[in-house]
Design a protein around this ligand. Structure first.
Ligand SMILES: [Zn+2]
Length: 329
């Protein structure tokens, strides 16, 4: 990364490669290590024209990223990976919610490491993100979103450039998707049981179908299995199912890229073509299952706003608690 480049290094675009350069040899034939990298780190990393975004040229607008405030609900496998991608992409600030501790079973498919076991996910994620970019503004809320009031969530949603709803609690997902719909773009990712595939829903206020329209219109009895509820918790939370970290990351990468695309909408850059409100559901296959005929197949689905939708057909219905998944048609 350019951030580790020695300020005295006058080579261009070689900051990282110099680390693996073949050692130069002195006249006596003793290997001389390449010049040390590191040293002074700029106080502010994300600044137009600075090295940080050198490898983002014409792919995103640094100012858009720096001014972006992201709300993340859920610091689990999807959420922690999405957050790390967005911080690397240069977002200015992130508020994130989770009330769980890091467990050993999380390590194989999240951004967390063994050193984080037993720590609140919010704290551990803050440390991970600050290690990526120390200028990112972070606020971790160790709260159970299920118990957070609509008013408190709406206040957070209203401040965000985009909300990412990565909770594994479907009633909370439905509720926060409804609260977000008329306010800010929302990205709602999900992974199917055993990681066979996943989906990413994008909702744009007034432009796209909402999350509730999408799942009433697309899902059938042959829909992918989102897993079973963890009745031990009696809250409707999904039971943690086995899934490869790579398969979860496949969904996380798509969700993170969609967030970058949303944040760069209207810039004329290629990435904004990813945002098309009329086809706002991306299905990603990790196996030959359901509609996926081969590994790593992906397709977008077109959706329509349902005239009888309890969320997007009535503008004032923002505070209605959608505590259950809509009926499937
Ligand atoms: Zn709707």
């Amino acid at each position: 990364m350019a951030t580790s480049r020695n300020p005295n290094d006058t080579t261009t675009g070689q900051g990282t490669r110099s680390m693996s350069r073949t050692p130069e040899r002195s006249g006596a034939g003793v290997p001389v290590p390449p010049p040390a990298t590191g040293g002074a780190v700029p106080a502010r990393l994300v600044e137009p024209g600075r090295d940080y975004h050198a490898r983002h040229e014409n792919l995103l607008v640094p100012n858009r990223m720096e001014s972006a405030h992201v709300l993340l609900l859920g610091d689990g496998s999807l959420g922690s990976l999405i957050a790390s991608f967005l911080v690397r992409a240069g977002i200015g600030s992130l508020t994130h919610y989770d009330n769980e501790l890091v467990e050993e079973t999380n390590i194989c498919r999240t951004a967390y490491g063994e050193r984080d076991i037993g720590r609140p996910k919010t704290e551990a994620l803050n440390d991970i993100l600050r290690a990526i970019r120390r200028d990112v503004v972070l606020e971790g809320r160790q709260e159970d979103i299920h118990a957070t009031s609509d008013e408190a969530l709406v206040a957070e949603i209203a401040k965000a450039s985009v909300s990412i709803i990565a909770t594994d609690h479907p009633p909370t997902q439905a509720r926060t998707a409804a609260l977000s719909y008329f306010r800010v773009p929302a990205i709602i990712p999900g992974v199917y049981a055993k990681g066979t595939g996943g989906e990413v829903v994008l909702t744009i206020p007034d432009e796209s179908a909402c999350w509730h329209c999408v799942f009433a219109g697309i899902r059938t009895e042959e829909q992918p299995d989102r897993g079973t509820e963890d009745y031990g918790l009696a809250t409707g939370q999904l039971k943690a199912e086995p899934a490869l970290g790579t398969d979860i990351a496949n969904v996380a990468v798509a969700a993170a890229k969609l967030a970058i695309a949303v944040l760069n909408r209207g810039t004329g850059l290629e990435i904004e073509k990813m945002v098309q409100p009329e086809r706002n559901v991306l299905f990603l296959g990790n196996s030959i299952d359901w509609a996926f005929r081969d590994y790593n197949e992906a397709f977008w689905a077109r959706t329509i706003r349902r005239p009888d939708c309890p969320v997007c057909s009535k503008r004032p219905a923002l505070h209605a608690r959608a505590t259950t998944r809509p009926a499937l048609t």
